[in-house]
Design a protein around this ligand. Structure first.
Ligand SMILES: *[C@@H]1O[C@H](CO)[C@@H](O)[C@H](O)[C@H]1NC(C)=O
Ligand SMILES: *[C@@H]1O[C@H](CO)[C@@H](O)[C@H](O)[C@H]1NC(C)=O
Length: 378
């Protein structure tokens, strides 16, 4: 059915990218790990516990108030936001009719994480830089629409929040470029090592007592081949080093977060997003999105900070993780005191070295579309 067609069209679209005229290069094949076919519905009781809800609402309301203040709103006056839909999306491309107003019950707003919240683990992609610093603000003066993203981590078996974990996120900038990795097709001049000194849209935050890690970032720009998304790895048992980075521990969760299609369309009306010439890949055409949305809701809920989208958004999502798991992480590069260093055995290093495909793209390497499709069905 439709899913299969989408899978095959993605494989086609993803298998080759024309980086230079007349020259076709292979690029990293995104693949998805087997789905955790579990849901968090058994956690309803815990998630509806008044104390639990209260703590979450307090955290989110605090962040929201900070953003409102930074955007120049006088909180005492409690101005009404222009009535605005905020994201719903327990279903692909579905928008709730719930309007957000400043004086609405914040409990109503922030207690909604959607019906299905388990994030299946999908691949880390080719552009992960390991060893980024623990820092909340990862914008690095890049232009774009501000987005504060709060991620709550819960254990899907016990339904308890997971404090003292580290959430590591990375995404493209407003024009669809990932900084920090050299030589990936479409991501800057492959000969320019300067990109290794950049680390915008990358950073690590610890989860607090509520299991929440919160970042000040930007809404990502789109690029060809994928729906707009943010990558996230959750580390547990990691140690904080004196230089404000983490080491050790394990990665029970490697996932991706998406945005409502209508939000992506809105974003593109504002500069510099409007200058982004990359093709927009809709969520429903993205194989990894489909995997993520399978019995789950990988789209962030969000609320506008002010009257207009360009005043920023506050977004939130919950990850259900399997703490017993330790997923394989193979970074494209490492962040060091001297900036980024490429990993020769990483997904991009291997492309350059001609050594074939490493990591999690391997599954589809050299396979014809039909075979890959077959494998997907099996
Ligand atoms: C995105 O990053 C690239 C590479 O660092 C940079 O050239 C470009 O100016 C950035 N886009 C914006 C809008 O800053
Ligand atoms: C932080 O320290 C670790 C351990 O010495 C080192 O490997 C890493 O490169 C350092 N990172 C930065 C950004 O200084």
């Amino acid at each position: 059915m439709a899913i299969k067609n989408l899978v095959s069209s993605l494989l086609l679209a993803g298998s080759m990218v024309s980086a230079h005229p007349g020259h076709v290069e292979k690029v990293y094949q995104h693949s998805a790990l087997p789905l955790e076919r579990k849901s968090l519905s058994h956690c309803e009781q815990q998630f509806n516990d008044p104390e639990f809800v209260k703590r979450n609402v307090e955290f989110h309301a605090g962040e929201f108030a900070r953003l409102r203040r930074e955007a120049g709103y006088d909180l005492d006056q409690a101005p009404k936001l222009s009535p605005r839909d905020y994201i719903s999306v327990s279903k692909i491309n579905h928008k709730s009719n719930k309007a957000v107003s400043w004086n609405m019950d914040l409990k109503t707003l922030f207690s909604d994480y959607g019906a299905c919240m388990l994030m299946p683990a999908v691949d880390q992609g080719p552009l992960y830089v390991q060893g980024e610093e623990i820092r909340k603000d990862i914008k690095e003066n890049e232009p774009g629409i501000k987005m504060t993203l709060a991620v709550q981590v819960v254990d899907y078996k016990t339904c308890q929040v997971v404090p003292n974990a580290y959430v590591d996120i990375w995404s493209s900038n407003s024009t669809g470029i990932y900084t920090g990795v050299q030589g990936y097709p479409g991501m800057g001049d492959p000969k320019d090592a300067g990109i290794l000194k950049l680390r915008a849209m990358r950073g690590v935050q610890p989860t607090d007592a509520n299991g929440i890690a919160s970042f000040d970032s930007l809404l990502p720009g789109h690029y060809d081949g994928r729906a707009s998304h943010i990558h996230a790895i959750v580390y547990t048992g990691a140690t904080k080093l004196p230089n404000n980075t983490i080491t050790g521990g394990k990665a029970p969760h490697v996932g991706q977060i998406y945005f409502d299609q209508s939000l992506i369309a809105e974003i593109d009306k504002f500069k510099p997003y409007s200058t982004n010439k990359n093709r927009v890949v809709p969520n429903v055409n993205d194989f990894l999105f489909i995997q993520g949305a399978n019995g789950d809701d990988p789209i962030v809920r969000y609320s506008l900070v002010g009257k207009s989208l360009d005043e920023g958004v506050f977004a939130w999502i919950r990850f259900g993780i399997n703490q017993q798991k330790a997923l394989n992480v193979n970074p494209a590069a490492w962040w060091t005191a001297d900036g980024g260093k490429m990993n020769p055995k990483g997904p991009v290093g291997q492309m350059g070295g001609g050594g074939g495909w490493g990591g999690w793209g391997k599954r589809f390497l050299g396979k014809k579309e039909e075979e890959a499709k077959q494998e997907e069905e099996n």
